[in-house]
Design a protein around this ligand. Structure first.
Ligand code: DSN
Length: 429
């Protein structure tokens, strides 16, 4: 593979090989990263990349769409079946872009959205004050309780006080299953749209091992496609409702959410879809319908639970005291370490993780008190419970030796040996 790149551009070729080496000899524990299958990678580099296809299947603004229409419809039908949605838009280029499309579809400037505070586990696009979005919409933010879990009394109180047009359930750093029924109940009380951002857990919902918000009264949800779903970088916007006559302006009703979302993606916000990515998503959706994908989801949850237990056994503190999903967040406050020191120590042993704030973190974002660790990628490589115990041991030793470069070098060699037993899909070194 990459013979043509090697012939045409040796510099780029050598960087591709270096990245393959880093990925295969190192360990990926960033909660939002994963490995695509060789079939998905091939589909992504298909000739669909050459095509402009704005619009939706059967209703495009360029000719030559007989194959693009079919591949996009295939992805749509598979996404609807897997997520039990009435409608799927598969064109968004990423989760952030998809959230912007959804807000633009369902809200007017100045409308209120109630979402999770960034420092308590929410995402930048859920209304962090540093974003452009926060200038357009009025974001109100709910937080977590001292036990780290979502404070539903506060969600209800804020909902009744601010009467949001949308209540947003979703996170970037929260290790518990969301109580969708409570969110949906509060949304109903105030007449808000219930919208879920399940980007982190899309694969676990697709595998049927975590709850699907659309089963609990949610009107719409979005998932990125490259995290626990381990597909190409993109997003699915899934909703309940029907697509109305494309020749008429859609009414501003809940039933019309699908039409409003399609029109927001094009012509409202994003314009061109990347058809090669949609082709790869179609292939990946096929993989997600197999028993092997369900087993993957189950194993991811088992591995994350074992990881949490191994840290608790060694007296580390975890945000919320454990996990229901694919991630844990280690709380280093009061230990002399912080998330940044821990992340750097792990980088030195070729384990990738990401520093994270903890609720009400007294430290700044570049030196937060927490470290987020996720199991989706290493589970794709085949690690099981006993291997996860070994992974926890590597990390514990790295934290204890974070100032001892010789000790870290020795652990790195062990990590590289360990990783050889778990090849990255599609990489032969
Ligand atoms: N980058 C994603 C994450 O790490 O959670 C969010 O955008």
């Amino acid at each position: 593979m990459f013979d043509n790149v090697q012939r045409e551009d040796l510099t780029a070729y050598e960087l591709i090989l270096a990245e393959q080496l880093r990925q295969s000899q190192g360990m990926e524990l960033i909660a939002s990263e994963n490995y695509q299958s060789p079939a998905v990678l091939e589909a992504q580099s298909s000739h669909f990349a050459n095509k402009y296809s704005e619009g939706t299947p059967g209703r495009r603004y360029y000719g030559g769409q007989e194959n693009t229409d079919k591949i996009e419809q295939l992805a749509i039908d598979r996404a609807k079946a897997i997520f039990k949605a009435d409608h799927a838009n598969v064109q968004a280029l990423s989760g952030a872009a998809a959230n912007v499309c959804v807000y633009a579809a369902l809200m007017e400037p100045g409308d209120t959205i109630l979402g999770m505070d960034l420092t308590h586990g929410g995402h930048l696009t859920h209304g962090a004050p540093v974003t452009f979005l926060s200038k357009v919409f009025n974001f109100q933010r709910y937080k977590t309780k001292p036990d780290g879990k979502i404070d539903f009394e506060q969600v209800r109180a804020l909902a009744h006080e601010y009467k949001p047009k949308m209540i947003l359930a979703g996170f970037s750093a929260y290790p518990r299953e969301l109580e969708y029924e409570k969110f949906a109940e509060i949304a109903k009380e105030v007449g808000a749209i219930a919208y879920a951002d399940i980007s982190h857990i899309g694969g676990l919902v697709a595998a049927g091992v975590l709850k699907n918000p659309l089963d609990y009264g949610f009107h719409a949800m979005m998932t990125t496609t490259h995290k626990s779903l381990r597909w190409p970088r993109g997003a699915l916007i899934l909703s309940k409702g029907t697509v109305s006559n494309p020749l008429k302006k859609p009414e501003d009703t809940i039933e019309n959410i699908p039409t409003r979302i399609d029109r927001s993606v094009f012509p409202g916000v994003q314009w061109w879809p990347h058809m090669n990515t949609i082709c790869a998503i179609a292939v990946a959706l096929h993989e997600a319908q197999t028993p092997a994908f369900k087993a993957y989801g189950e194993q991811t949850l088992k591995n994350a639970k074992i990881l949490a237990q191994e840290f608790l056994n060694r007296w580390y503190k975890l945000v919320t005291g454990g996990t229901d999903n694919h991630m844990i967040i280690v709380d280093f406050s009061g230990t002399g370490l912080d998330g940044s020191i821990a992340e750097k120590a792990l980088d030195k042993i070729w384990i990738s993780t990401s520093k994270s704030t903890i609720p009400d973190d007294p430290n700044p974002p570049f030196k937060p008190s927490g470290l987020r660790i996720g199991m989706p990628a290493m589970t794709t490589r085949g690690v099981k419970e006993a291997d996860t115990q070994k992974i926890a041991d590597f990390m514990d030793r790295a934290f204890k030796n974070h100032e001892n470069d010789e000790a870290l070098e020795n652990i790195k060699q062990e990590v590289k040996e360990f990783c050889k037993k778990f090849p990255v899909p599609g990489i032969v070194i």
